[in-house]
Design a protein around this ligand. Structure first.
Ligand code: ADP
Ligand code: MG
Length: 244
């Protein structure tokens, strides 16, 4: 077992979630350090999105507690948790320009206009979407849409980013490009990122640590090389481990 993290950015304690009689997450524990990039990796249906949605506050948990930056947010509204979430399906407002998509949540939250402009300019620079600000999502490519979706989390100036398979809808070339961009973004922002994928390469290249999940349980939580070289069981070995 790795040593406990002293003041984790995200701490999930004995979290269980049932849909009716079906147990989807089972007494799950996970501490993510400040600035750490943790990837939740596992086959379809293993509970990755459910776990992310619990952290985001989009699902009520059945048991357990969730702390973000030391604060118990188990029953806090999503908007009060200090997280930004990026989905696979972009979830942009189709009728709004890119700029409006980026500013909408901030205006609702009452952020002053000049501050909004500043944050959008910064996000546009980091994500290279400056020339797209006046376009509607329908006039963007898949990769551009996903950059805007990331920008929407970025402008909120949150401590924790949650990504749910943000690259799965993109072709292989774009996927590897955006993978690099997300890595650079993390280096630049140094914030906490929890990133869901079923793609082993994404996990290996992005993660500080990978949590390999199966059936609502974390099988192994370790650095990519450790998991690759020393998988704890056959499942992990089959999913990610070395062929030996
Ligand atoms: P993953 O993201 O790893 O593919 P999910 O977290 O989406 O997996 O789903 C985990 C399990 O929970 C699956 O068996 C799925 O069918 C089930 N599940 C997800 N959402 C619901 C729901 N709203 N109601 C009932 N079962 C659900
Ligand atoms: Mg999912």
């Amino acid at each position: 077992m790795a040593a406990a993290i002293a003041s984790p950015s995200v701490s999930i304690q004995d979290l269980s979630l049932n849909f009716g009689a079906v147990s989807v997450l089972q007494t799950l524990n996970l501490d993510v350090a400040e600035g750490e990039f943790v990837v939740l990796l596992g086959p379809s249906g293993c509970g990755k999105s459910t776990l992310l949605n619990c952290i985001a506050g989009l699902l009520d948990i059945s048991e357990g507690r969730i702390f973000i930056k030391g604060k118990n947010v188990t029953w806090e509204e999503p908007k009060d948790r200090g997280i930004g979430m990026v989905f696979q399906s972009y979830a942009l407002y189709p009728q709004m320009t890119v700029e409006k998509n980026l500013s909408f949540g901030l205006r609702v939250a009452g952020v002053p206009k000049d501050e909004i402009a500043k944050r959008i300019a910064r996000a546009a620079e980091i994500l290279q979407i400056g020339p797209l600000l006046q376009r509607k999502p329908s006039a963007l490519s898949g990769g551009q849409r996903q950059r805007v979706a990331i920008g929407r989390a970025l402008v909120r100036d949150v401590d924790v980013f949650l990504f749910d398979e943000p690259l799965s809808n993109l072709d292989a070339k774009l996927r590897s490009e955006l993978r690099v961009e997300i890595k650079l973004l993390h280096r630049k922002l140094e914030n906490t990122m929890i990133y869901v994928t079923h793609d082993q390469i994404e996990a290996m290249t992005l993660a500080d640590r990978i949590a390999v999940m199966r059936g609502g349980v974390i099988q192994q939580l370790d650095a990519p090389q450790t998991i690759y070289n020393r998988p704890v069981n056959r499942f992990v070995a089959g999913f990610l481990g070395s062929p030996a």
